[in-house]
Design a protein around this ligand. Structure first.
Ligand SMILES: *Cc1c(COP(=O)(O)O)cnc(C)c1O
Length: 370
């Protein structure tokens, strides 16, 4: 065989990523928040491809890219992206030298963390911009209200740090309005206590649900993740966003099974009559959730929706077709995206859209459409 006979193998499962829709969603986030944007690209840009999406967002114009760890920041830099990068959570010692060396902007959650950043920056002869994180109810990071004035004074005295921002995080903006307003008020009070809005170049606490549902007087930076990728955590705003990711595979077999024939592991589904069934080349090994089994999941083939039957297996699923179906081997199948909302798949799998998107595995090819 000549190796050039097969330059690329056709993908079994792939995602198509509509980058124009991503840019439209970014513009909407900008308009809806009235703020500068920190585009959240953690977890491989929510499964959409870290390097590619970071490049797109940089050229569309953002103030920061938000990541979860220094490894993601490194990959973005190595992809040639020069936008400012912000680290969304607390750090541990071994990460900090590289954070300072690459001039990534951390938020700080404790005096000890800040002191270590200060020492590293001093040793390197530079001044590191940091944001002070404030815990207004998320319980994951940041300074709690008690003692914050004293702690802030300690940070402000560290001469190799520049406290250029103040941040918090909303825990329940898509579930609990009253608590969310309490967090927002508490954030605004903290900003006042620490010197007022003018003291901080950047003030931010809104994720997608916060941007969509809650105007905040003192914020001037917003941190959208999910909504950039076309999904609204608050269903009422869904129509304002454009779908970005569509997960696809292909039919690999079509045939009719006789009545009384089991379908998939455990025979949780047994045909009651001769049934036309398509096998599709995707499974939980690609990130299509096994938990949708038996919960009403549908796929889209040739202009119509068809139910998934039996359990999702690692690499294949089965779909019931009408008796007169013209679905054939090789047909394209949409698992979610333009016709099947990912929110439906998430609900059927008893989870959230964030987990479905970030759970798409490396085996699935990412195809970025212009
Ligand atoms: C992930 C994350 C976001 C983005 O949240 P979405 O709900 O996806 O918009 C914003 N801020 C912080 C601190 C995060 O960890």
């Amino acid at each position: 065989m000549n190796p050039t006979d097969f330059p690329i193998s056709p993908p079994r499962a792939w995602v198509e990523i509509d980058t124009a829709a991503l840019v439209e969603n970014l513009a909407f986030a900008h308009k809806a928040s009235g703020c500068g944007i920190m585009a959240v690209v953690k977890a491989g840009a929510y499964g959409h491809g870290l390097e590619m999406i970071s490049r797109m967002l940089e050229s569309a114009g953002v103030e920061f890219l938000g990541v979860a760890n220094i490894g993601e920041a490194r990959r973005i830099r190595e992809a040639g992206v020069s936008s400012r990068i912000y680290l969304l959570g607390a750090t541990w010692e071994a990460e900090r030298e590289e954070i300072v060396a690459r001039n990534v902007t951390p938020c700080v959650s404790s005096v000890e963390e800040a002191a270590e950043f200060n020492a590293i920056a001093k040793r390197r002869g530079l001044k590191l911009a940091v944001h002070i994180a404030v815990d207004t109810g998320m319980g994951r990071g940041g300074f709690v209200a008690e003692g914050i004035v004293e702690n802030f004074a300690k940070l402000a005295a560290m001469d190799s740090l520049e406290i250029e921002g103040i941040a918090s995080h909303l825990s329940s903006a898509d579930e609990d309005e009253e608590f969310t307003w309490r967090q927002i008020r508490s954030f605004e009070e903290t900003v006042e206590k620490l010197g007022g809005a003018e003291r901080f170049r950047w003030r931010h606490l809104s994720n997608s649900a916060g941007i969509l549902g809650y105007p905040v007087g003192c914020r001037n930076l917003a941190r959208p993740g999910l909504m950039l990728y076309g999904i609204s955590p608050i269903p009422a705003y869904q129509q304002a966003l454009k779908n970005v990711m569509t997960l696809k595979s292909r039919v690999t077999l079509v045939r009719t099974l006789p009545a009384g024939h089991g379908v998939s592991y455990g025979r949780s589904y047994v045909t009651t009559r001769p049934t036309r069934i398509a096998t599709v080349g995707i499974g939980y090994g690609d990130g299509y959730p096994r938990h949708v089994s038996g919960n009403g999941a549908e796929v889209f083939i040739r202009g119509a929706k068809h139910p998934v039957i039996g359990r999702v297996t690692m690499d294949q699923i089965m779909v019931e077709l009408p008796d007169d179906s013209d679905v054939r081997c090789g047909d394209e199948v949409e698992l979610f995206g333009t016709h099947i909302p990912v929110a439906n798949v998430a609900a059927q799998a008893d989870t959230i859209a964030w987990e479905i998107l970030t759970g798409i595995t490396p085996r699935v090819q990412r195809i970025h459409l212009p």
